[in-house]
Ligand binder design. Structure first.
Ligand code: AMP
Ligand code: GLY
Length: 425
């Protein structure tokens, strides 16, 4: 088979690395890819947003299956274009990926179908929104409706703060049309967990639990990022909780989408807060998570390709997923200053030391090559990923490995997985 992966981050490197292990696969392309991906796939100089270009490429190269990473490409309708042109693709349609593309849509749907989530109100009028927050308890959460590269959510401690963010989103249009509407939402306290599942719209196959660490600094301090590190499985998610999440969140959302004539195929990713009153949905994503995918694929024993194919072919009922024992962990190295401004083009050293190490992968995200040397080219640069017999061993291994890598101003959290280790003692 020939496979095309769309995207250029650590998630896409993990997908390429796992797909390359499948005996079913002869050739992998990735558009646009990155230097790490180039070790297992042929990178194609084409942006992930160029849907027509990607379609023509897939048609010409006789691609058997296309796998899409980024949400923007999904909400822009790549899946519809490929299906209309009779090409096989893994992911939700434009109508279905609105579950991530519009928070107002997702929240309204959850309310309609009784899926546990924070109380909220949606607004398309600035004055009304401001009037409402004057009656609310704080902290309070303000969310831009549309896609905002993970930056559209504000946890506000005061009325002034909330008011400023509403102004910025609805008046200053800092996220463009993504801020035409907003959600004002109750603050939920608890621990965050990501539960992903693959579904063909009928069968739902949950993946193992993952905990991401969103804040940039240790102890969950500082601004939120795309994700600073993750581990899987999450001991907090007992079998009982997992069952609750499947029965009360995953099954109802897939059914709800079908009922709304937005039949869902691909990965459904539930970002959850485990509150004292049980799991509640913070958001749904229409794609694989990053860095969730890195740790999930490190632990996945099964071949990923039949899972992706059966989803696209609507026969997922025949598929099972096996996992390696133990715990996987990924720690993200970022450029100094991320998630705000950062420098690019700094040489990275130590990659060759970790190459070929057992059960260890350095997934590339924001990297590039200059004069034959790998350099930094983004906020999240590398995802050092490994597996151990338990979380403690995995954590020790990952932090030993990360010592071997360096670039100017490199930053990483020192406490990925620590909350779970401390809780167990
Ligand atoms: P979202 O994109 O909706 O998942 O929000 C991004 C991040 O903001 C989440 O991962 C949480 O850390 C935080 N967040 C979102 N909604 C809430 C909420 N209702 N209560 C507390 N934190 C939240
Ligand atoms: N790790 C968070 C996300 O993929 O949205």
């Amino acid at each position: 088979m020939k496979i095309l992966i769309v995207g250029s981050g650590g998630r896409e490197h993990a997908l390429a690395w796992k797909i390359a292990q499948s005996p079913m696969v002869k050739k992998i392309f990735c558009a646009p890819g990155n230097p790490g991906i180039a070790e297992v796939a042929e990178c194609v100089d084409m942006e992930a947003e160029n849907i027509e270009g990607l379609y023509n490429f897939a048609l010409k190269q006789k691609i058997d299956l296309t796998v899409v990473g980024p949400e923007d490409t999904l909400t822009a309708g790549i899946v519809d274009r490929f299906r209309d042109g009779r090409l096989r693709i893994f992911g939700p349609s434009k109508r279905a990926s609105i579950i991530e593309g519009s928070k107002v849509f997702a929240k309204t749907l959850m309310k309609k179908y009784g899926i546990p989530t924070a109380d909220f109100k949606a607004f398309d009028d600035l004055k009304q929104a401001k009037k409402h927050i004057a009656t609310c308890k704080f902290p309070l959460v303000i969310k831009a409706d549309g896609l905002a590269k993970g930056k559209g959510v504000f946890v506000c401690k005061t009325l002034e703060e909330a008011s400023k963010h509403i102004e910025n989103i609805m008046n200053e249009k800092i996220f463009g049309h993504a801020g035409d509407k907003i959600v004002v939402e109750e603050f939920l306290a608890g621990e965050e967990v990501s539960i992903l599942a693959v579904t063909d719209g009928k069968t739902i196959l949950p993946l193992s639990s993952v905990q991401d660490h969103k804040a940039v600094y240790d102890g969950d301090k500082g601004p939120n990022t795309g994700g600073m590190g993750a581990y899987s499985p999450v001991p907090l998610i007992t079998d009982e909780l997992q069952y609750f999440i499947e029965e009360n969140i995953l099954v109802p959302i897939v059914h709800a989408m079908k009922k709304e004539n937005r039949s869902y195929k691909g990965v459904i990713y539930a970002g959850l807060m485990i509150t004292s009153a049980g799991p509640k949905v913070l958001e749904f994503n229409a794609r694989f998570g990053d860095p969730e995918t890195q740790v999930l694929l490190m632990r996945m024993k099964s071949d990923l390709v039949p899972i992706l194919l059966s989803t696209a072919n609507s026969n997922l009922e025949d598929v099972d997923i096996e996992w390696h024992n133990g715990t996987s962990i990924c720690v993200i190295m970022t450029s100094k200053g991320y998630p705000d401004k950062y420098e690019k083009g700094l040489p990275i050293s130590g990659l060759e030391i970790l190459k070929g190490a057992d059960n260890m992968q350095v997934f590339h995200a924001g990297t590039s090559v200059k004069n034959g040397k790998v350099i930094t080219n983004g906020g999240r640069v590398l995802g050092v990923t490994t597996i151990g017999k338990d979380l403690r061993e995995a954590q020790k291994r990952v932090y030993e490995a990360i010592q071997k890598l360096s670039f100017g101003g490199a930053h990483y959290r020192r406490d990925i997985g620590s909350k779970a280790i401390l809780r167990k003692n």
